[in-house]
Design a protein around this ligand. Structure first.
Ligand SMILES: Cc1cc2nc3c(=O)[nH]c(=O)nc-3n(C[C@H](O)[C@H](O)[C@H](O)COP(=O)(O)O)c2cc1C
Length: 171
């Protein structure tokens, strides 16, 4: 199967997941910043994106490649502090052009926030965010950081790829 992984992240956790999925599937992995990252060359796409400030960081790339993405089978994995649920689904749907979210399967993966890797300005923003976060647990994580990155969580994605391979009609 002619597939590839395209990811957008900033602090390394999305890239880590992309590489794990690449190792398990044999698909090449591209950072969307790479000028050679061309989704038109592949028929099956796995898109990976971090969530920053309630938005998918891959959203602009998705818009600029919309005509290519529309015609292909695809999976999206997001990487965030928030776990799977309505809130995450809303952020994902709002980041994508209308209709596209329903065309792809979405898996939310647990992320990592290491305060020593972000700028003082971002630390300040996170601290302010933690004070107004209505969820006290999420607020604590925002303030002190967290590491929930877990290789096991890619299993549903590997299963989707396996099923897609299985459904392909041999030519
Ligand atoms: C500036 C900043 C903003 C963030 N905003 C959100 C957010 O709105 N919702 C959320 O669930 N997680 C948020 N996070 C947590 C990230 O989604 C998490 O750290 C993720 O693992 C980042 O992926 P990356 O390491 O590939 O950049 C934020 C993290 C940072 C540093």
């Amino acid at each position: 199967m002619n597939g590839a992984i395209f990811f957008s992240g900033k602090y390394g956790s999305t890239e880590q997941y992309a590489n794990w999925i690449g190792d398990a599937t044999g698909f090449p992995v591209f950072d969307i910043k790479d000028p050679n990252a061309d989704p038109a060359k592949y028929e099956y796409l796995i898109l990976g994106s971090s969530i920053h400030y309630f938005k998918l960081s891959i959203r602009k790339w998705v818009r600029s490649n919309l005509s290519i993405l529309k015609d292909r089978s695809k999976i999206l994995f997001s990487v965030s502090g928030a776990g799977p649920g309505d809130k995450l689904d809303r952020w994902v749907a709002a980041s994508l052009p209308s209709g596209l979210a329903s065309q792809m399967q979405h898996v939310g993966l647990p992320g990592r926030l290491d305060h020593s890797k972000v700028s003082w300005w971002v630390r300040k923003m996170l601290w302010i965010g933690s004070l107004i976060n209505p969820d006290p647990e999420a607020g604590k994580e925002e303030r002190y950081g967290f590491d929930h990155v877990d290789k096991e969580s890619i299993k549903p994605i590997l299963e989707m790829v396996r099923q897609f391979k299985h459904s392909e009609v041999p030519t």
